[in-house]
Ligand binder design. Structure first.
Ligand code: ADP
Ligand code: NI
Length: 220
């Protein structure tokens, strides 16, 4: 069996993901994956993890996001498995990467995670960090625009008890997403490095919201 080197495997994976995400919405495109990959490598420095699993998990975590594939959550894992098999990656690593892709999502917070590993912790933190701070704010409004949602509506209160499917189908104003998800993330971080970066990005979002309401209400 011909096997590729680690570097070749990473380069092939990057090319595959770029191609898969060619027409993705701006907040879930290749550059999102690139940021998550970098965050994951950074967080890995402080953790005892299999770097191949972390790298592949980060690079493949959002191919065929179910939000954009009529809710089918099996498309991404299947595509990743097929690709990794073609690259002659061992079954042990493929199985772990697929588990990461299947379990990474937040999904409204009321879904229990069925699998856990240090590598999943790292990739999940890396993905969550990209939902926070300045980039998190930009992605959220971009997604809201993509769905043609209002920026804000004082009459429509955040719903903290949504089921995963209601959450996905919601047409609530974009500001609500901060309360339904983004501001909850800092307390759900897995790693020490992740917690530290999340706390700082969380404060930035709180400051943004204060300024947003001040401007909304016509104050100087
Ligand atoms: P996860 O990968 O944890 O499932 P998502 O892919 O649902 O997270 O969300 C990633 C980013 O997409 C969010 O951080 C946010 O910026 C944007 N997003 C997702 N759902 C919504 C929503 N209902 N309203 C506004 N932005 C959203
Ligand atoms: Ni992601």
């Amino acid at each position: 069996m011909i096997s590729v080197t680690f570097e070749e495997l990473i380069q092939n994976t990057i090319a595959f993901v770029k191609d898969e995400l060619e027409n993705a919405e701006g907040g879930h495109d290749w550059f999102h994956v690139e940021r998550v990959y970098k965050n994951a490598l950074l967080i890995s420095e402080g953790e005892n993890v299999n770097k191949t699993v972390v790298a592949l998990g980060a690079l493949l975590h959002d191919i065929a996001d179910s939000k954009f594939h009529s809710g089918d959550e099996t498309v991404g894992p299947k595509k990743a498995r097929q690709f990794l098999k073609f690259q002659n990656v061992s079954e042990e690593i493929i199985a772990h990467v697929v588990k990461i892709i299947e379990n990474i999502s937040f999904k409204g917070g009321n879904r229990t995670q069925s699998f856990s590993s240090k590598e999943l912790d790292v990739v999940q933190d890396a993905d969550r960090l990209d939902a926070l701070g300045a980039i998190g704010i930009a992605r959220t409004f971009n997604f809201g625009g993509f769905k043609n949602r209002k920026l804000y509506d004082p009459e429509i209160k955040p719903n903290l008890k949504m089921t995963p499917s209601e959450y996905k189908a919601s047409s609530a104003p974009t500001i609500n997403h901060f309360y339904e998800k983004l501001l909850l993330l800092k307390d759900r971080m897995n790693t020490e490095t992740g917690k530290k970066i999340a706390a700082q990005r969380h404060d930035f979002m709180e400051a943004f919201l204060q300024q947003f309401y001040a401007e909304w209400n016509g104050t100087r």
